[in-house]
Design a protein around this ligand. Structure first.
Ligand SMILES: Cc1ncc(C[n+]2csc(CCOP(=O)(O)OP(=O)(O)O)c2C)c(N)n1
Length: 674
């Protein structure tokens, strides 16, 4: 079969070995997606052996090219390439494809397999990650490179399929990439015109080339995905393009080589079957006697171990010279690549005071804090999805990250929340930068799939979600988050922090920056809130415990009030009313469930007294999730339905978020349980 054109016998053998490894692993697991890896084998082989700058034995070398397989279902392509090029991924690992505890899970997972740059599977996410990686590369190059010292000088390659390009996130992020002219970003598009339900003619008939041209991309087409020379030439031309990102539209055939399944949707996501595998191997002239057969010649042709070591050594020489010439920059580089916090980290945070009762929204306190700490975090970089003035995410006096100024730290994501989420993940995965992004809490749904991926990968991304309740007011229920805090708390590994006032907000940023083992969502108010006087009340530094006693009107309280965020100040006023009425209560500020869950059970029980005392929970959101802390004797001043359009204070009154109502609820509870 004239399967790989324009190439040598060795090339053909290598490409067909990738195909046969794919078929064998999927057949053995009796599960997986053989079609795309078989169609993409020539492109993968060409890219990895001729272009990709990487070092299998130095997987965290900072100046390696990044490779993202956005259609993660094609994982066997990636596992084959990693194995053949010399990564710590054995043939036995490939034989354990999709098995419990293996290094070859169904979809590529960051942190499990050496050489996997990001977890992919939810289509389109990888594409956005690649845009984020390319942005991080440009920023770091602009920030650290000096003439004759290009210590940051790499490309980001992304392979994607029809499914990735159907998803909105890829359009959003491609649009931004085009605007930013990210010429170090190269996409190889597997245009096999097949998805699960059948041909793309069922639902996807637009002109992709025109679409990407309109996005300001450099567009090339390769008419035959087996033509390795054409693919190589296209990648070469893409690398030479210095103004725009590139896409190479490769006309491939799904499950290429399979006489009965190639070109069919059947081959997308199911093993070919023993008999078809045999037939295919015959056509591809692969060994029929042995499964998982890799001829020595193939290892010799694919190994990148020696080349990789040489690249790393050359880079290290360059970096050593850079260190001599620019010691301060080199020191900063080490600091940011190791994600070390500044030495005086704890002193960087503003100390908000109760200034004669002057109120300040937590979003505003966040903006002040962010601007303060940004001065000491040279690679803290981020922005908002067109809501910077509302989210207070702009770094005053610093440049914008634009095509002419990649050293800028203010990113304009545009109205593209989902892309923002995927891009932030890519930036964090790249390393060297500490990314943050903002929008209204109500729109956190728009980037939720990316937040989930950040959580799964435990990436240190920070989200600034403002306008956090019905107190948003007049914009009405479309803009009033109700279920969002509970929905975010439902994501494992995401730390959600809803500070009560400016003092807690500064501490929330501190906790977010310290958390390098997962993402953090800061939930902030639109409306002004009193600054809690910390000379009278306990220190906001206790925020790190997730919850702490703010007020105790007697050593022997009759009830507990649990409150978060903007409702804490309502609780403070309710305590005053209750004290006047001779009822003793304990008010607990509970900014973060996740931080609280990390505390010893004894601390949690000691402060919350669940099931012992009656309790009232105040949070302007769903009551769902609170029972675990509030216990069986709780009542809830929460909101379990959508809000309405009206001024914020009117809504707060309408839904019971007033000190008077909270005090009434406490009195009812005390009566009920006494
Ligand atoms: C967000 C998302 N939606 C749906 C899926 C399920 N899914 C996996 S692959 C696929 C079809 C992808 O088609 P294509 O990109 O053309 O891949 P190919 O058929 O070439 O392997 C779908 C719908 C998914 N992984 N992610």
């Amino acid at each position: 079969m004239n399967d790989v054109i324009n190439q040598t016998n060795t090339d053909r053998l290598c490409v067909n070995t990738i195909r046969s490894l794919t078929m064998d692993a999927i057949q053995k697991a009796n599960s997986g997606h053989p079609g795309a890896p078989m169609g993409l084998a020539p492109a993968g082989y060409t890219l990895w052996t001729q272009f990709l700058k990487h070092s299998p034995k130095n997987t965290s070398w900072p100046d390696r090219d990044r490779f993202v397989l956005s259609g993660g279902h094609a994982s066997m392509l990636l596992y084959s390439l990693l194995h053949l090029s010399g990564y710590d991924l054995s043939l036995e690992d490939i034989q354990s494809f999709r098995q419990l505890g293996s290094k070859t899970p169904g979809h590529p997972e960051f942190g499990i397999t050496p050489g996997i740059e990001t977890s992919t599977g939810p289509l389109g996410q990888g594409f956005a990650n690649a845009v984020g990686m390319a942005m991080a590369e440009r920023f770091l190059a602009a920030h650290f490179n000096r003439s004759d010292y290009p210590i940051v000088d790499h490309y980001t390659y992304v392979m994607c399929g029809d499914g990735d390009l159907m998803e909105g996130i890829s359009s959003e992020s491609a649009s931004l990439a085009g605007h930013l002219g990210l010429s170090r970003l190269i996409c190889l598009y597997d245009a096999n015109q097949i998805t699960i339900e059948g041909g793309t003619n069922l639902s996807f008939t637009e002109d992709i080339a025109l679409r990407f041209k309109a996005f300001n991309w450099h567009v090339q087409t390769v008419d035959d995905g087996n033509d390795m020379e054409a693919i190589g030439n296209a990648i070469k031309a893409a690398k030479e393009e210095t103004d725009r990102p590139s896409i190479v539209i490769m006309r491939t055939i799904i499950a290429y080589g399979s006489p009965n399944k190639q070109g069919c949707a059947d081959a997308h996501g199911a093993p070919l079957g023993e008999a078809e595998v045999r037939l295919t191997k015959e056509c591809l002239e692969c060994s029929l006697d042995e499964c998982f057969c890799v001829p020595d010649e193939v290892y010799a042709a694919c190994s990148c171990v020696e080349k990789g070591k040489q690249w790393v050594n050359d880079w290290q020489d360059l970096f050593d010279r850079y260190t001599q010439a620019y010691p301060a920059e080199a020191q900063e580089w080490e600091q940011v690549m190791r994600a070390r916090l500044p030495e005086d980290f704890s002193d960087l945070f503003p100390d908000f005071k109760d200034d004669d009762g002057k109120a300040i929204a937590t979003r505003a306190a966040s903006g002040i804090t962010l601007n303060e700490i940004a001065k000491h975090f040279p690679t803290l970089i981020g922005g908002s999805a067109d809501l910077a003035p509302s989210n207070k995410t702009f770094l005053d006096g610093l440049k914008e990250f634009q095509k002419e100024s990649y050293d800028g730290r203010n990113i304009r994501f545009g109205v593209r929340e989902h892309a923002m989420g995927g891009i932030l993940n890519g930036m964090a995965l790249h390393r060297g930068v500490r990314p943050y992004g903002g929008t209204f809490l109500v729109f956190s749904d728009y980037l939720r799939p990316s937040i989930r991926m950040a959580s799964l990968m435990r990436l240190p991304v920070i989200y600034v979600f403002t306008h956090d309740s019905i107190a948003v007011g007049e914009d009405g229920p479309t803009h009033q988050p109700v279920e969002h805090i509970a929905a975010l708390r439902a994501i494992p590994e995401l730390t959600v922090i809803r500070p009560a006032d400016a003092t807690e907000t500064a501490q929330a940023w501190k906790a977010a920056l310290k958390n390098q083992d997962g993402p953090t969502a800061l939930i902030l108010s639109r409306q002004k809130l009193p600054v809690i006087n910390r000379e009278v009340y306990p220190s906001a530094k206790q925020l790190t415990r997730g919850a702490y006693v703010l007020i105790e009107t007697s050593k022997d309280p009759q009830a507990v009030i649990l409150a978060s965020g903007s409702e804490v100040s309502i609780g403070i006023d309710a305590c005053k009313i209750l004290t006047e009425k001779g009822i003793d209560v304990r008010l607990i500020s509970i900014p973060s469930f996740e931080l609280l869950e990390k505390q010893a059970r004894a601390y949690i029980d000691e402060i919350l007294l669940p099931d012992i005392l009656p309790c009232v929970v105040i949070e302007a959101g769903l009551s769902m999730g609170w029972r675990q802390f509030a216990g069986s004797k709780a009542s809830f001043v929460c909101i379990n339905n959508f809000g309405k359009s009206a001024p914020g204070p009117a809504l707060q009154k309408r839904y019971g978020f007033t000190p008077e109502n909270v005090a009434e609820c406490v009195i009812d509870q005390v009566r009920k349980y006494s």
